[in-house]
Design a protein around this ligand. Structure first.
Ligand SMILES: C[S@@+](CC[C@H](N)C(=O)[O-])C[C@H]1O[C@@H](n2cnc3c(N)ncnc32)[C@H](O)[C@@H]1O
Length: 198
């Protein structure tokens, strides 16, 4: 599996938001919705070997992790309202220490970035931090198809989060010289891995 982690600094941690206002009342949930779509959708199908972990850090009850699992996922269409609706359904469940499935392939639990990073690290996974001043991904030959990629949202990654990530990351990678949207970065990472696997 490839795993994408996206940090939603303002993303609401209750289901009390309108699908008509994902950028506003839901705390830039639109960014996370686009990430879900970019990480999972193909032209005619879905990448079944991908997990997307949304780290929700906004009010009123941070932090929670919503995981989309491509292998089991159902009822996701390629528009923001669709992913937003599945996130909302997940947030309507009680978030406990262990994952609860809200709809097929969507899970919620109470956890934050540090816990997620520690779990990947303990599992021996290669963790990559995506940052504009990292090493060029195209020059990086060790990248394998079961890597973990960590990305920030519109606010980037805080200094405190960066310390946590640097502690476990194998490498910091850039996918180009210009700062891009997180969901666009995911497409480029996929493309890079697709080219290597082809
Ligand atoms: C919209 S950017 C963050 C911009 C934010 N204003 C900042 O200054 O950090 C969102 C995330 O995408 C990733 N990203 C954007 N451009 C990138 C690039 N050229 N190389 C690697 N990662 C990139 C980073 O993880 C970044 O935190």
């Amino acid at each position: 599996m490839k795993d994408f982690v996206i940090i939603g600094h303002k993303a609401l941690t209750s289901g009390d938001f309108s699908l008509n206002d994902l950028p506003g009342s839901a705390g830039r949930m639109d960014i996370l919705c686009r990430c879900v779509n970019s990480a999972l959708f193909l032209s005619h199908g879905m990448r079944r070997d991908v997990n997307v972990h949304l780290v929700l850090q906004g009010e009123p009850d941070p932090a929670k992790v919503v995981r989309f699992n491509g292998e089991k996922l159902k009822y996701l269409n390629p528009d923001e309202r669709s992913s937003g609706s599945l996130i909302k359904k997940a947030l309507e469940k009680d978030a406990i220490e262990y994952e609860t499935q809200s709809t097929p392939g969507v899970y919620i639990r109470r956890a934050g970035l540090e816990q997620l990073l520690n779990e990947f690290s303990e599992a021996g996974r290669d963790i990559y931090y995506l940052k504009e001043d990292g090493e060029d991904i195209r020059e990086y030959s060790e990248l394998n198809s079961d890597a973990v990629f960590i990305l920030g949202d519109h606010m980037g990654v805080t200094e405190e989060e960066e310390v946590m990530i640097d502690r476990v990351a194998k490498c910091t990678l850039n996918i180009g010289p210009i700062s891009l949207h997180s969901d666009h970065c995911m497409i480029i990472i996929h493309n890079e891995l697709d080219m290597r696997e082809a």
